[in-house]
Design a binder for this molecule. Structure first.
Ligand code: ADP
Ligand code: MG
Length: 237
């Protein structure tokens, strides 16, 4: 069922940030929104999340019309570029937060947190505070926190964007492995071609609020559909 975006537009003042976009993210897949800065990637993600209201069009999440529903009703996990872990809470407490506010039984919360610590391979760091972690480790905790409540959809907006090249490379491979285990429908925003190629099942190329091409990494690389895609994908250096 996944996500269906149907003819969605969003304008800020006279600027058309998202222009009649149609998009399908199949259930359990990881799709990358790839495009230059200002091409509407974050706006599209925020529309899917319910953080922005579309001017027109519809958004379907797991078969239900979510266009007029709240962020909470959409059951979405969100990770942004700038991690927002609670500084005064340990890793365990950060991951448990969403479960605590849902008032789950303590034993159930502990078991789920343990499972997630293993999933993000930070088992031994559960009692640390965010300040005692590296940037890459913090983003893994942010991901675990987003996954804790078993969202229907995971939305990642340049989650590795603030990290250095080496760490980003490691995290790509790590995210791919994680997704192979969890299979949650994921939309991953990036402006980094290599990152999209390595991580995504399908890539959606955005330009000026529109979608230029949708395809697997190989399809896009082998057959760029427009001059824009050709120049944007370019030779990988
Ligand atoms: P991307 O994520 O691809 O860089 P965005 O979706 O963030 O693109 O933004 C597309 C354009 O929309 C940008 O030029 C930005 O200035 C504009 N924009 C985004 N959000 C707002 C907002 N809340 N108010 C006004 N303009 C916005
Ligand atoms: Mg953005």
């Amino acid at each position: 069922m996944g996500i269906v975006v149907e003819n969605v537009s969003k304008q800020f003042g006279s600027f058309q940030a998202v222009d009649r976009v149609n998009l399908e993210v199949k259930s359990g897949t990881l799709v990358a929104l790839l495009g230059p800065s200002g091409s509407g990637k974050s706006t599209l993600l925020r529309l899917i999340a319910g953080l922005e209201k579309p001017d027109s069009g519809r958004i379907w999440i797991t078969g239900k019309d979510a266009t007029h529903t709240s962020v909470q009703e959409r059951q979405i996990g969100f990770v942004f570029q700038h991690y927002a872990l609670f500084k005064h809470m340990t890793v365990r407490q950060n991951i448990a937060f969403g479960l605590e506010i849902r008032k789950l039984p303590k034993s159930q919360i502990e078991a789920r947190v343990q499972e997630l610590l293993e999933l993000i391979q930070l088992n031994s760091l559960g009692n640390r505070y965010p300040s005692q972690l590296s940037g890459g480790q913090r983003q893994r905790v942010a991901l675990a926190r987003a996954l804790a409540v078993q969202p229907q959809v995971l939305l990642l907006d340049e989650p590795f964007g603030a990290l250095d090249a080496k760490v980003r490379k490691d995290l790509r491979a790590w995210l791919r492995r994680l997704h192979d285990e969890v299979h949650v429908t994921t939309v991953f925003v990036t402006h980094d071609q290599e990152e999209a190629m390595e991580v995504a099942d399908e890539i959606v190329i955005t330009n000026k609020g529109k979608i230029e091409q949708v395809g697997t990494p190989a399809e896009i690389y082998d057959n760029p559909a427009t001059p824009f895609v050709m120049s944007f994908i370019g030779p990988v250096n």
